[in-house]
Design a protein around this ligand. Sequence first.
Ligand code: ADP
Ligand code: MG
Length: 338
Amino acid sequence: MKIKMLNADTINKIAAGEVIIRPVSVIKELVENAIDAGATRVTVVIEAGGKNLMIVRDNGCGIAYNEVPLAFKRHATSKLISIDDLESIESLGFRGEALSSVSAVARVQVTTCNETDEVGSMSLFEGGTLINQRVCSYGKGTEMKVWDLFYNTPARRKHLEKDKKEEVLIRDLLEKLALSNPGVAFQVSSNGRSVLSTTGSGNMLDVVSILYGGEVAAKLIPIHFENTPMKLTGLIGDLTTMRSHRDDQIFFINGRYVKNPKLSQALDGAYEGYIMRHQHPFGIIFLELPGRMLDVNIHPAKTEIKILNESLVMLLFRQGIRETLRHANLVVDIADGS
Ligand code: ADP
Ligand code: MG
């Protein structure tokens, strides 16, 4: 067999396969883009679990007419200039891969207008190629409409779950994004039915009330903890809100939702002596750490973040939770003399 270079179309589809695995991957990228664009209102519409249609509409900064084609090119981004910026990156996206990936495996129509252009534009992409771009009138912001996901990669389409399951994954993600962005009003509908609606008040507790009910929200204990280099905020449960599962232990590091079993263990551990073995505390916890202690570049989907000095972080984390419980008079540490 001779060695040959892959053609551009194949390269794009392979790259897209790493980022866009299912409908929720598309929603994640589009909604993160909306948040990065400074939106205060984000509307999400899905049909058939996102398999038939996904629309994400925002009132963010919009994209200039002549930058739309570039935005859909691979490695085109307005968010990262050099590798040195990675440590201090504050935006959710930075790889410049999402739009090119989505458009490589679906049909995408983008309608957008920025602050300075007099009129907006509507552009259609198919299989990663710009089919046409027209001028149109549009208020400031962006609408991304994605349909026929995986129309050109049928093997992937076949592997999707039932509509309901894909919808649950999308709702799960949007709930997390709503928690970490309480200043953004999210309106989410699925098959014409509203499934999530937040106010954008800026208060995370309002989002918690919507998701878990006012009764749970009223019982939660706020965290205010700082011990260099870590800062902790968020809410943890009292002893009456214990769960038999860890689904309601949600962690964010520097604003990004992360999956990290060690944090769950540390949270359970901080309640030691107050809960039974099968019980798990409720927790929506935001960790802030200096960028140099993290490697966010570990996986394209970015739900895993590598913490570089993990044992120190876990120690401080446990201390922060323990101290919060102590101030709430739930835990008395004899060793602390309190
Ligand atoms: P990244 O988010 O990593 O920069 P994307 O492929 O997701 O890469 O987007 C490419 C660029 O397109 C972004 O850097 C941004 O400038 C622009 N863009 C994408 N979505 C939006 C949006 N909803 N509003 C404004 N600009 C956007
Ligand atoms: Mg992006």
